[in-house]
Design a protein around this ligand. Structure first.
Ligand code: CS2
Ligand code: MG
Length: 402
């Protein structure tokens, strides 16, 4: 069998997605997600101009060899653009291999290690009361684990806190919007939120919180300590993770579990944190971290240290990523939790899929492959529309960590 076409499709059914379609001479099609929020066209070009020509004529069964060819053969290794492009190829090739085998992809990855994948939803509100209502709505929908974000008194806008209906979209059309950030105001407010949540919902509900890289190491240590009485499931992205020694400092001060890695793109980004047991959950995603092949290596490394996975699953990766992620999640021994921000109905029409949310868990479909395809004609009606994540500044105008 040979690859005869590798086509890159950019569309924007409400938000931008980059998709790779690999076609074989047997008429099989594999789908990969290559969406890098705010930098979409760089991956589209990397794939179209540099990767696709190298794929034509290759045997799609040679997944590991093609992965190594793209990683080592490029000379320039790692980085979000490269690793997202490689991920799309990897996902599409696993899709094809599973279709040839006539099996759902998880069967090729070792079969099911669990009945379903625990997911967490996003509850957020401008005030603590609004946030409590958002948590109630999530419980009614069946969620068994919930991430909570809330507005901070004195700050006009807080990233991750959306409109009155609770939905938020990370990127906005046009150039990046700017908002003002105050660490002091934020840190003072957060314990009040979690105290109110535990009063209302009791001790059992798994609650997660995302700090979005905003704190210094000692501030993160302080927040982790202040939140200990409310025993979070995790505190996510407490500091920017380029300085990985920061996690040593945070760890020395708090038992609040730590999650990091949604902006990581390879196993080398994870190595120190995992081997030194400085984190509890690794948040790399199939789309941004080299695909299923590379994610399996990261999970295997993490397994040695009782670190579990908690993959990034925002609306800014396509349903193809969610489909592939669920096959990965259900198969590995050290799965922890999967983020699940449901896509808008139109996005699910553009990317028909068979995964299901059932009583707090997600399960992949059972048809051959990863179970997600694309309606190219529908996608063509929604051309690329530039959108960007917001930018944060301190009250004195200093550009701050995203
Ligand atoms: C967030 C995302 O899902 C998360 O945990 O951090 O909203 C993230 O900000 C976006 O995916 C960025 O593209
Ligand atoms: Mg996050």
């Amino acid at each position: 069998m040979k690859i005869i076409d590798a086509k890159v499709i950019v569309c924007s059914p409400g938000r931008n997605f980059v998709t790779l379609k690999i076609v074989t001479d047997d008429g099989l099609v594999g789908w990969g997600d290559a969406t890098l929020n705010g930098r979409e066209l760089s991956v589209a070009s990397y794939l179209k101009d540099h990767v696709a020509p190298c794929l034509i004529g290759r045997d799609p069964h040679q997944i590991e060899d093609i992965w190594q060819y793209l990683y080592k053969g490029a000379y320039w290794r790692r980085g979000p653009v490269t690793m997202t492009a490689i991920a799309a190829v990897d996902m599409a090739l696993w899709d094809i291999k599973a279709k040839v085998a006539n099996l759902p992809l998880y069967q090729l990855l070792g079969g099911k290690s669990r009945a379903g994948c625990l997911v967490y939803g996003h509850a957020n509100g401008a005030s603590i009361d609004d946030t409590i209502e958002a948590v109630e709505r999530h419980l009614e929908e069946g969620f068994k684990a919930i991430r909570v974000q809330t507005g901070v008194p004195g700050l006009a806008k807080v990233y991750g806190v959306g409109q009155p209906n609770g939905f938020y979209e990370p990127a906005t059309k046009g150039l990046p919007q700017e908002s003002i950030w105050s660490t002091d105001k934020y840190i003072q407010h957060m314990p009040k939120l979690f105290e109110a949540l535990r009063d209302r919902f009791g001790p059992d509900l798994p609650l997660l919180h995302d700090v979005h890289h905003r704190l210094t190491p000692i501030e993160a240590a302080r927040l982790g300590k202040m939140l200990e009485p409310y025993h979070l499931f995790w505190m996510e992205d407490a500091t920017p993770a380029e300085n990985q020694d920061a996690f040593r400092l945070i760890r020395q001060h708090t038992t609040t579990p730590l999650a990091v890695g949604e902006v990581f793109n390879c196993i080398w980004d994870c190595k120190t944190l995992i081997e030194n047991q400085l984190i509890d959950y690794i948040r790399t995603s199939v789309t941004h971290t080299g695909g299923i092949s590379h994610m399996r290596k990261i999970a295997a490394l993490a397994e040695l240290y009782q670190v579990r996975t908690g993959s990034h699953g925002p609306t800014d990766v396509s349903p193809i990523c969610m489909g592939a992620a669920l096959h990965f999640d259900i198969s590995i021994p050290n799965f922890g939790i999967q983020e699940y921000m449901a896509h808008e109905p139109l996005v699910n029409e553009v990317f028909p899929n068979s995964y299901r949310f059932e009583n707090g868990y997600m399960v992949p479909g059972d048809e051959p492959g990863h179970g997600v395809t694309m309606d190219e004609a529908l996608a063509a009606r929604y051309p690329y529309d530039p959108a960007y994540l917001p930018i944060a500044r301190l009250e004195d105008g200093t550009l701050w960590n995203w």
